[in-house]
Design a protein around this ligand. Sequence first.
Ligand code: ADP
Ligand code: ADP
Ligand code: MG
Length: 454
Amino acid sequence: MTPFKKLLIANRGEIAVRVIRACHELGIKTVAIYSAIDKETLPVKFADEAVCIGPAASAQSYLNIPAIISAAEITDAEAIHPGYGFLAENPHFAEACLTSGITFIGPTPENIRLGGDKARARQTMKRRGIPVVPGSDGPIQDEEAAIKIIKKIGVPAILKASAGGGGRGMRIVYEEKETEELFHMAQRESLAAFGNGDLYVEKYIPEMRHIEVQVLADNKGSIIHLGERDCSIQRRHQKLIEESPYIFSTPKFRKKIGELAVKAARVMKYKNAGTVEFIMDNSGALYFMEINTRIQVEHPVTEMITGVDLVKEQIKLASGEPLSYKQHDIKFSGHSIECRINAEDPERFVPSSGKITSFILPGGPGIRVDTAAYSGWTVPAHYDSLIAKVVAYGRNREEAIARMHRALREFVVEGIKTTIPFYLRILNDPLFLTGNFNTQFLSKNSNTSEKEKL
Ligand code: ADP
Ligand code: ADP
Ligand code: MG
């Protein structure tokens, strides 16, 4: 039985294609929406129907709630999948779907609201006994409050936007006297990016690893986890390479972090798929960082080692079906790594839009590529620069890396610049190969030519 007859995808690019694939495997008809500049794109070609919802500017198209709800109503779509980015973490959008009688494929508006208010989420978790790094209890009112907390916890500290995402709105305070200036900088950036200037403070953990856990929850309150992902290879707090499992994972470690993540999800009565992100310090201690209330860019690495189709699970869970897996049904096998290929200069990371003149995909054993790009397509400058995710699977990490390496050498993209050469350098880096890295990897590593200060 198909959970829905027809579903609308409120997104573009690779994630729109990913959702269309899940729907078609479930026997669900699909409606793509697109902006005027995205007419010649794969989601439009692959979906059963497509509706133009506005001009290129996101504010008038992919963020245009009334236009998207109307498109669903006109096409009789019973459900909307928001993908990631755009409206995926907008509680008003989830509510607008509900009031229009359309199923939102994701958690409840209240879940989204708490996840998007990182200061409050941190406070909630702390009160329920889930460890957080020392810092403010909820949002801070002004620079005076920041100075007071930083005096208490000491430098370095990090000022973070409560509404933050994509690594924006953060400032590291190395010296107490810089607090006031950095507070105003972070506040301005947060207001500009998120329309909200609320900040909170955390102790800055320079040598941290970013370890996150995929969770799935049904409407009856059952929650399971699908293991951890290590997303420590970052540039400016944005993930570039993700892998699962964490190289030094053990069954004991996975049980511990998995149970913490399930507890965090339970505390907030979480529904559907989500990701609980943790800071792991040098001693191996784990601290709750935030919960992302959507499908994650890096979800394929979890799919590769568990065999679970996370997008199909999201759709089934949203339709009210109970979890199709119990915790002991989730088995982990092998190792998977993802490289996010961006249309950017591989040295300076400035976006490189334009026409792709040649596009030859890698393949062969253990390689999956999620992309909506093709030869002849013009990459628009209006949106995120992610053009493909190359995902490698191997029996172990060595095999996954070897496959990634040869896949990236096979991958031909001409006409625009991509970050492929940058990944080829990382894959040869001794620290990457031994797994002895943390989120400072790129800023400390001259071999990868990232010399800018964070
Ligand atoms: P994830 O947490 O799923 O791994 P990120 O944290 O990298 O993904 O990004 C979160 C969301 O923000 C994604 O949906 C992505 O599309 C969006 N995003 C990431 N970087 C940028 C950016 N530079 N500008 C706008 N949106 C971005
Ligand atoms: P976002 O909402 O932008 O994803 P996160 O809170 O998840 O923000 O943090 C993103 C990244 O910023 C982390 O993966 C890590 O690299 C860095 N970061 C965040 N908090 C800290 C901290 N307390 N100490 C050190 N680095 C941090
Ligand atoms: Mg995060």
